[in-house]
Ligand binder design. Structure first.
Ligand code: C2O
Ligand code: CU
Ligand code: CU
Length: 494
């Protein structure tokens, strides 16, 4: 494979240099920032998030303007518990509208924080979320129509953990910040002064905003001191557009235990893992050998195919290299030592129960032109450049694209065009029946809310959450510039 070969030949880019790596075993550079953990049960069930401007130094000593939720950049890790009601207070201190979308949390669409739930500057939004789903790692981020890419890029995102006690019973590592680490993966374009650059025109419009610098929890090539034993990483790809192709420099095996919708039936041993924008995977890594371990990514090769795509791809940054270095302590011993052989039985719907098949085409370029021809009249999405859409139509906040019935099970046949797209649906956890006509790899066989598609797929989903035409659910590509450009639709569950 082209990417892997180029990667292994050693083009690590500028990132490792900035991070100040030194000899093995020595702590140099930046410690991994660990976002504050806010547990709803310790807050009497009330959690406050304030969206505001901040300053954050990606490059030490070079602060740049950012956004954050109750933090200069990103937000706290919010922990909620199944069966509880949690009252959120989201305050907007920005100079433009924002939202707080609970990505991967199953709540009615009116509480979901999509584009229809815009909080104006100075406004406060108070949704009460009834938490009713299995243990998982979800996240939250802003989602205002046409401005999601820029706002998330500036920092409006955070991790969210849903607990139901299963991980504890399974004996999984769960000491936050010690052997249970939030790992928020992003890339950012930084100029010579270390300032954030955002661009949603030209190649960034076509392929999504990418950057020259890899960051983890907002830091460049940080290190984490970990116990000698099993450590759980809650991986989130919070980049606007790029995929991360993860592996350890020493090629060690790690075990995927959970994806977007919660635990897999059994840990899946892997030596490399592709994580697309908005996907989450929880992995267990064994550090009991005491050796320093470097988590790396290959460059991202997901670029537009054909139509001058090669030339465009040449204009895009596609950085590979070091993400994060783990330094096992000799002194401390991790609580968990052995990887469980079984986790949780999969709760899947029966494909036989599907009452309908729907076609969803993720369109850009020529496919959009065909759709526009049929629909009459060219409509542009937000930003500059050719339109993007779903089934040939640019997103329209006033148009309902699909209306499945509450309680129904459906199969969605989703077809990507021009490049691979991370397809996301609000309000459901789905199962992947097939990708390119084949059963999905075992780490993708659990509950999902986002799936990276370079080939057509069949997704099985049951609608359990209410959505109305005033407050519909979104379905979209999670390359945020595609979403802002119009590759989004909406559905109700009447
Ligand atoms: Cu991460 Cu429409 O969401
Ligand atoms: Cu979402
Ligand atoms: Cu896309």
């Amino acid at each position: 494979m082209f990417t892997r070969r180029r990667f292994l030949e050693g083009s690590l880019g500028a990132v490792a240099v900035l991070g100040g790596c030194t000899a093995e075993g020595q702590s140099a550079g930046t410690p991994l920032p660990i976002p504050e953990l806010v547990d709803a049960r310790k807050q009497n069930g009330a959690i406050s998030l304030v969206a505001a401007e901040g300053e954050h130094a990606f490059v030490p000593g070079r602060p740049t303007g950012t956004y954050g939720f109750s933090a200069p950049y990103l937000g706290p890790v919010v922990r909620v518990h199944k069966g509880d009601e949690v009252e959120f207070t989201v305050e907007n201190r920005l100079d433009r509208g924002t939202t707080a979308h609970w990505h991967g949390v199953l709540v009615p669409a009116a509480l979901d924080g999509g584009p229809h739930v815009l909080i104006p500057p100075g406004g406060i939004w108070r949704p009460v979320l009834k938490i009713d789903q299995p243990e998982t790692t979800a996240w939250y981020h802003s989602h205002p129509h046409g401005d999601t890419g820029r706002q998330v890029y500036r920092g409006l995102a955070g991790l969210m953990i849903v607990e139901d006690g299963v991980g504890e019973r399974l004996g999984l590592p769960r000491t936050y910040g010690i052997d249970d680490l939030p790992i928020i993966l992003q890339d950012r374009q930084l100029d010579e002064k270390g300032a954030l650059v955002y661009n949603n025109g030209g190649p960034s419009r076509m392929m999504g905003m990418r950057g020259n610098t890899l960051v983890v929890n907002g830091a460049i090539s940080p290190f984490a001191k970990v116990p000698r034993g099993l450590v759980r990483l809650r991986l989130l790809n919070a980049a606007n557009a790029r995929n991360f192709d993860l592996r350890f420099a020493d090629g060690r095996t790690f075990h995927v235990i959970a994806s977007d919708g919660g635990y897999l039936p059994a840990p899946v041993g892997m030596t490399s893992l592709i994580i697309a924008p908005s996907e989450r995977f929880e992995v267990l890594v064994d550090f009991s050998d005491g050796k320093v371990a470097v988590l790396e990514t290959a460059p991202d090769d997901n670029m537009v195919r054909g139509m001058g795509g090669g030339m465009m791809a040449g204009m895009m940054e596609s950085v590979g290299g070091e993400l994060l270095r783990f330094e096992p302590h000799s002194a401390s011993a991790a609580a968990a030592k052995t990887i469980p052989t079984a986790l949780v039985a999969l709760a899947t719907s029966d494909p036989e129960r599907a009452v309908r098949r729907r076609r969803v085409s993720l369109d850009m370029g020529p496919a959009m032109m065909r759709g526009q021809g049929a629909g009459g009249g060219m409509r542009m999405g937000g930003g500059m450049g050719p339109p993007m859409g779903i089934n040939g139509q640019v997103y329209d906040m006033g148009r309902i694209d699909f209306a499945p019935r509450l309680g129904d099970t459906e199969i969605w046949e989703v077809t990507p065009n021009m490049m691979a797209h991370p397809f996301h649906v609000h309000g459901v956890i789905f199962n992947v029946l097939s990708i390119g006509g084949k059963a999905p790899a075992s780490h993708l066989a659990g509950g999902k809310d986002t799936i990276l598609l370079s080939e057509p797929a069949e997704l099985l989903m049951t609608f359990t959450q209410p959505a109305t035409s005033d407050f519909p659910f979104m379905l979209h590509c999670h390359i945020l510039e595609h979403e802002d450009g119009g590759m989004m639709g909406q559905y109700t569950t009447a």
